[in-house]
Design a binder for this molecule. Structure first.
Ligand SMILES: [Zn+2]
Length: 257
């Protein structure tokens, strides 16, 4: 089956990534102080990984460990009130949520949001690292009941109240987006890399539900060049976006993994 496609270029890719918010948004004024006892927000998973240390009197926060570069997401909607270097953390991000609570993220090697930026629940804000006082890549997540609190609360019940149970899977609970593949001998790989294992091969156009997408190895095929890959849970892996039948290199409305 021949599928006529419009050009997918890296130039378009860069432009759409910028439009998707990986550069600071026109920051709007920081939200006014939220009303007291605002309803708890609908939460999102902060990061995939293993909970290696819970909250205790000696550890104000919860540690979620995974490989360097693992995506970190805002647990809820809010405004970034800190993003930069921080003692002990190496780098930190603090978000004041609409219910008045604060979430604090530490040790990341890359921050993707800046102060006064508005973020959504589940928005990509950073990449996991091992900066500062840390022995391996992990997210230290701390939660404060308000801006005036000096000690955090246990993030596990805090997130549970907001519909998130640790350990968690980013994007779970949010339905994916349906597309169709095109081309023949389309390989599904365990990661967005050309040397990742092939878990199956699609022999022809196939309906796929894409949960998220991410940047990986640049693929040159069928006259297109693209470094974006779609994650299809039902197929157990990633497909180069070249083979998703949509003109955009970076699929609109599909979150970053
Ligand atoms: Zn910690």
């Amino acid at each position: 089956m021949r599928v006529v496609k419009r050009t997918k270029s890296l130039g378009l890719l860069v432009a759409t990534v910028a439009a998707a918010g990986l550069v600071p948004l026109a920051a709007g004024q920081a939200a006014a102080a939220p009303p007291a006892k605002a309803a708890a927000y609908a939460g999102s998973c902060p990061a995939a990984g293993t909970v290696t240390q819970g909250w205790s009197s000696g550890h104000d926060g919860v540690d979620i460990a995974n490989s360097r570069g693992t995506s970190i997401y805002s647990t809820g909607p809010g405004t970034v009130i800190a993003s930069g270097p921080a003692s002990g953390y190496g780098q930190w991000i603090r978000i004041r949520h609409d219910d008045g609570t604060i979430t604090e993220y530490g040790h990341m090697y890359e921050r993707l949001v800046s102060v006064n930026q508005r973020v959504d629940s589940g928005q990509l804000i950073a990449r996991m690292g091992s900066e500062g006082d840390s022995t391996g890549p992990h997210l230290h997540l701390r939660v404060y009941a308000s801006t005036s609190a000096t000690r955090g609360v246990d993030p596990v019940p805090y997130l549970n109240e907001r519909g998130v149970n640790l350990p968690c899977t980013p994007g779970s609970g949010t339905p994916g987006t349906n597309f169709t593949t095109w081309g023949t001998s389309v390989r599904v790989r365990t990661d967005a890399r050309l040397n990742a294992a092939v878990v199956r091969t699609l022999t022809g156009p196939t309906a796929v539900n894409v949960q998220c997408q991410k940047h990986g190895d640049v693929v040159n095929a069928e006259g297109y060049t693209n470094d974006a890959w779609s994650f299809v849970p039902a197929l157990g892996g990633y497909i180069s976006n070249i083979y998703i039948d949509h003109p955009a290199s970076w699929l609109p409305g599909v979150p970053e993994c």
